[in-house]
Design a protein around this ligand. Structure first.
Ligand SMILES: Nc1ncnc2c1ncn2[C@@H]1O[C@H](COP(=O)(O)OP(=O)(O)O)[C@@H](O)[C@H]1O
Ligand SMILES: CC(=O)N[C@@H](CCC(=O)OP(=O)(O)O)C(=O)O
Length: 247
């Protein structure tokens, strides 16, 4: 879809969305661009997990997800973060619909590595016949979950957004986060190559949640998404990914 913009919003960024964000969405919507938002909720999932005195375990920025964690993840993403985003869109008079993986089998997935991560997956297919007509009329919001048969899978939201943007051949992918881009010594790197990203990871400059974000960004660029940006606002390019190679 050449007119599609996919935007991933990190859980923390949902709390800090500024009027300019909604204004930009309005301008794009009025211009006939199609907009698909994938929301995170990682910090909220961790907060609830800790409140219930269950362990929070991560490996390379990916949550290790057992049955109990999966249940909490679904509760937070579909019961807390998604409605929070929908209400803000409603307050700004933007027409939006919130969907989950089980709506007409919207998002299907497969396990990443059960022995290592538990019920964590990657997206393999989208019900495009169901989704595309909805995108003609309104903004579509979805959570980073997928179904493998009737088994729910937790998916890192950056990787979900990259896979969805790739499968739909979106024109643009924004990975919106709480930092203005990939930082090195406090400065935003305007572009990033795979070789530089590997060096920065080895030097422990790229750590935690930035690792799956960068991997997702390179994946989307390699799969044909024209513009891929890691940024904290839609009007700033932040770090652009132009190299078409996997991290
Ligand atoms: N080199 C880096 N540049 C910027 N942020 C980095 C870097 N390395 C690690 N990070 C961390 O990655 C975080 C963004 O990832 P994450 O917390 O998963 O955000 P989100 O919830 O928006 O996906 C930043 O807040 C920062 O703490
Ligand atoms: C497998 C995995 O790690 N899933 C993520 C999904 C939410 C997410 O990615 O949220 P943010 O974008 O706010 O970090 C998690 O459970 O935290």
């Amino acid at each position: 879809m050449k007119d599609l913009i996919v935007i991933k919003i990190g859980g923390t960024s949902i709390e800090q969305l500024r009027p300019e964000f909604f204004e930009q969405l309005r301008l794009w919507h009025q211009a006939g661009r199609k907009i698909l938002l994938i929301h995170g909720g990682g910090r909220e999932i961790s907060a609830l997990t800790q409140k219930l005195q269950l362990p929070v375990k991560r490996e390379n920025g990916i949550r290790i997800t057992d049955q109990a964690t999966l249940q909490l993840t679904r509760m937070v993403l579909l019961g807390q973060t998604q409605p929070k985003l929908l209400v803000q869109l409603l307050q700004h008079n933007l027409p939006a619909i919130g969907l989950n993986a089980a709506d007409h089998q919207l998002l299907q997935g497969e396990l990443l590595d059960f022995a290592k991560y538990g019920y964590v997956g990657r997206i393999t297919a989208i019900n495009q016949a169901f989704l595309k007509p909805l995108l003609q009329k309104q903004l579509v919001i979805t959570a980073p979950l997928a179904l493998l048969g009737n088994q729910w899978l937790n998916i890192n939201a950056d990787s979900a957004a990259a896979a969805i943007a790739s499968l739909l051949q979106a024109d643009e992918l924004f990975l919106l986060t709480d930092v203005p881009g990939v930082l090195k010594a406090g400065q935003v790197l305007p572009t990033l190559t795979v070789a530089a990203a590997k060096r920065l990871k080895a030097a422990k400059i790229i750590t935690t949640g930035m690792q799956p974000k960068i991997a997702a960004a390179f994946q989307a660029a390699r799969c044909g998404v024209n513009h891929v940006n890691i940024t904290n606002q839609l009007s700033a390019t932040g770090t652009q990914i132009i190299q078409k190679e996997d991290f």
